[in-house]
Design a protein around this ligand. Sequence first.
Ligand code: AOF
Ligand code: ZN
Length: 352
Amino acid sequence: MNYSDLNEDFMYRCFQLALLGKGFVAPNPMVGAVLVHNNIIIGEGFHERFGHAHAEVNAIHSVAESSKHLIPKSTLYVSLEPCCFHGKTPACTSLILDHKISRVVISCLDNTPEVAGKGVEILKKAGVEVITGFLEEQGKNISRQRSVIVEKKRPYVILKYAQTLNGKFATLDKHQKWITSSLTKRLVHKWRSEVDSIMVGTNTALSDNPSLTNRLYYGSSPVRLVLDRKLSLAPDLNLFHDNHPTIIVTEKIPKQLPAYKNQNLSLLELPFHDRLLRRILKHLLSQNIGTLMVEGGIQLINSFIEQGLWDEARVLIGNVHWKEGQDAPEIPEKTFFRKKIAKEDLVLFYKS
Ligand code: AOF
Ligand code: ZN
């Protein structure tokens, strides 16, 4: 077969479109699709929201009435293998066959057990020309969160923290002292807009009194989680101030609750033993919460690390040097990427 007319730019466009779904689609994957006729895009779309139409559906429906007759003669580029079962929405393979699209170019396969190569097989059996593995590594990166969710049956976990140049994380007396600049704070709020949930331990809730909402970037705020074994956290903490969805994980829900003002507060009762984090993650995924960012403190982050319950770590290295302080966690991963962000460095680790 001659694939000389395949154009990487169209797949890169799929990736761009896919990323527009960041923060809205987990635990589903981010997916982008474009329909190309004679080197011209006649339709494009992406998976915009969990449970809503898939990228292929949006791409096909975006084609102008006057171009509809071109669909069977077009090539569909898609960043992920088209699904072949009826989940929350109908199978994309059926849609592709109904529209008699003759060629489909796929970046990477979908590791969802119901799909995993079967989407490609169905299309091929029906006579569609299918090319797979086109810019595969880039496609896999975009689908990484989803692949981890399917493989590990838990949300994708991002550890986030800041440390000083000499590896200090917090002050010894636990009073809050900023390590990073205000510009970086904005970036952190952007990250908050991109995850479904965010978590802190009891000590951080007390000493930093964080709100954990996204206030400095557009988009939504994640569901907040806080560990409070004995329900000792005061109801007037910032975490409980507004009506943003918040989950308190506690050991025993008492008959008489503290006087929380938050109208969207729920309590999750779980035994505080060594499987606690696993059970919290399981609960989150059962609620279709696909991503969790852990924002501290040291004890909680170290527990996630020790139990191997993490997938990505974002470590901000502030441009300061503290004489004393608590040591920052150590990420057990040799490979990392380092880049400059405002006045500090961002070091990114991906669990292999
Ligand atoms: C695609 N295109 O844009 C996305 C796909 O429950 P549903 O209906 O949303 O279907 C879930 C399945 O579809 C699952 O295999 C997931 O990986 C895939 N997502 N597939 O063809 C898309 N978002
Ligand atoms: Zn689909």
